[in-house]
Ligand binder design. Structure first.
Ligand SMILES: [Zn+2]
Length: 500
């Protein structure tokens, strides 16, 4: 998912120390909250429990293993639903660590769960590992494909999967040592960039017995996320007419391309009459073969987005009418097929506050001069401000929602979901682009991986050790969800797996 740079001025302030977290000594001297009081950011900055410190140490101890896993997945660069080696690398490692691994869940050969422990609470953590087509890139600060035209990790999901598994393993060790009680589940969630593997995993009930789940995302800055993501629906619009010679007997033809043109014209005129928050984008998938055959088939592929699913549903109804209208005008037949989609994220602010307090407890990222030089070179090459890596933590207040959708959002409607973004790529450099691949394949990415694993593990420890913190997360979830019944956009039937 894409996360735009937030605010360069703020970023500079944070980097310069204006929002520097408390030194550890200060944290240790902070008073405990009065009994019965719900934990606050301040109260959670009290000294780390033995389990929390041990969990963070476990991630440090496995730094080389986790970086190695990430680098393997980075090199495999497998796109949605083809992440066979990437999923196996993570699942095998989890199995070696003593997790009970179930592969191929929800009808997705590259989805899996890895479970350790028993009883409640059940805390989950999600990991992604799919790459993006066409973004192959070496770990260099200039555009330089590894394999011309091949896929690359332009969204940093190689780091995402490895860090989340690292957090799960850190918790597993604490359960095994008797320092924590309950169950930890790692969800290996494929195909975020295409069909949204998590929506199928939600539909199959894999999150049903989970008390809370965490996820992170690589980004160009670090924050516990207080903002939502956009709801979206993915649909195909097809027109079927009649073919004939375009000059010899065009009166026998009914053009599917005419219908497609009228349809897209309608979509574009409608732009003025939708909310400013609505986004509609499309590609032409089929538009005829040669000019002298009137096309009998055409197809457009659209994504409709807004910040609320109800608005997206409204857009979808209007686009259906546009398709019918275009078909009527051209005496063709329109077919509209919803292929998938995501709801907007149900933000859990109590969870974000826990994550934030642990980000502060962990302290800022520390980059070497070579890493900062690498980042500035990437920024120079992409024409953005040469500020280097974002090392601090953005405040919870004043975060601005950014465009983009994710299948994490679908999970957030069935289980309280805590989400954090961690810097893995130079501030402001383009996302879903070569800089993310480059920095995700070297030490800048590895540092982000470590930080993400640690902040999630530390927050998971809080959820196990502080029943009041988990209760606050859950009661906010229940209050915000209300009586809404989550129904995924995905169609009935198995996921659309690749045929080959
Ligand atoms: Zn992503």
């Amino acid at each position: 998912m894409r996360r735009d740079p937030f605010d360069n001025i703020l970023a500079v302030l944070v980097t310069a120390g204006a929002f520097m977290p408390l030194a550890r000594a200060d944290v240790h001297s902070m008073p405990h909250p009065p009994p019965g009081q719900v934990a606050t950011t301040e109260s959670l900055q009290r000294e780390a429990s033995a389990a929390k410190q041990a969990a963070v140490n476990a991630i440090d101890r496995r730094a080389a293993d986790l970086a190695g896993l990430s680098d393997r997945i980075w090199a495999y660069a497998e796109i949605a639903l083809r992440e066979h080696r990437s999923a196996a690398a993570l699942a095998d490692y989890a199995e070696q660590q003593g997790f009970r691994v179930q592969r191929g869940v929800a009808g997705l050969p590259t989805a899996f769960t890895a479970t350790f422990g028993e009883g409640r609470p059940v805390i989950g953590v999600m990991g992604e590992y799919d790459a993006l087509p066409g973004l192959s890139q070496q770990a260099l600060p200039e555009k330089a494909p590894l394999v011309e035209g091949a896929a690359g990790h332009g969204c940093g999901h190689n780091l995402f999967g490895a860090a989340s598994l690292g957090a799960a393993i850190a918790i597993k060790e604490q359960i095994a040592a008797g320092r924590l009680k309950g169950t930890v589940v790692f969800f290996g969630t494929p195909a975020e960039e295409d069909i949204g593997g998590k929506t199928y995993m939600v539909r199959d009930g894999l999150f049903r017995d989970v008390d809370a789940v965490l996820a992170w995302h690589p980004a160009d800055e670090t924050q516990a996320d207080m903002t939502s993501s956009q709801a979206m629906v993915d649909l195909a619009v097809e027109f079927r007419g009649k073919a004939a010679h375009a000059a010899y007997d065009p009166w026998n033809a009914r053009s599917a391309v005419d219908a497609l043109e009228l349809f897209t014209h309608g979509v574009n005129l409608m732009r003025e009459h939708v909310r400013p928050t609505s986004r509609m984008h499309y590609t032409i998938v089929a538009g005829g073969e040669v000019p002298n055959v009137v096309a009998e088939y055409s197809k457009a592929w659209l994504w409709l987005r807004d910040w609320k699913r109800a608005e997206v549903d409204d857009l979808l109804a209007r686009v259906r009418r546009l398709a019918e209208g275009a078909a009527t005008m051209t005496e063709t037949v329109a077919t509209v097929t919803v292929q998938g989609g995501n709801w907007e994220t149900l933000v859990n602010e109590a969870g974000a506050r826990l994550l934030h307090s642990n980000l502060l407890w962990l302290g800022p990222a520390v980059y070497t001069e070579q890493e900062q030089a690498f980042a500035r070179q990437v920024q120079r090459a992409t024409g953005v401000a040469e500020t280097g890596m974002f090392a601090g933590v953005k405040p919870l207040e004043g975060q601005q929602a950014e465009g983009g959708s994710t299948d994490v959002a679908d999970v957030s409607w069935v289980v309280p979901t805590l989400h954090v973004s961690v810097a893995t790529s130079p501030l402001g450099a383009p996302w879903h682009a070569w800089p993310v691949v480059a920095s995700g394949g070297m030490s800048i990415g590895h540092k982000g991986l470590q930080r993400a694993a640690k902040v999630m593990a530390a927050t998971m420890v809080d959820l196990y050790e502080q029943p009041e913190a988990l209760a606050a997360v859950q009661s906010e979830f229940k209050a915000k969800k209300g009586d809404t019944v989550y129904v995924p956009y995905i169609p009935e039937g198995p996921p659309p797996l690749p045929k080959d």
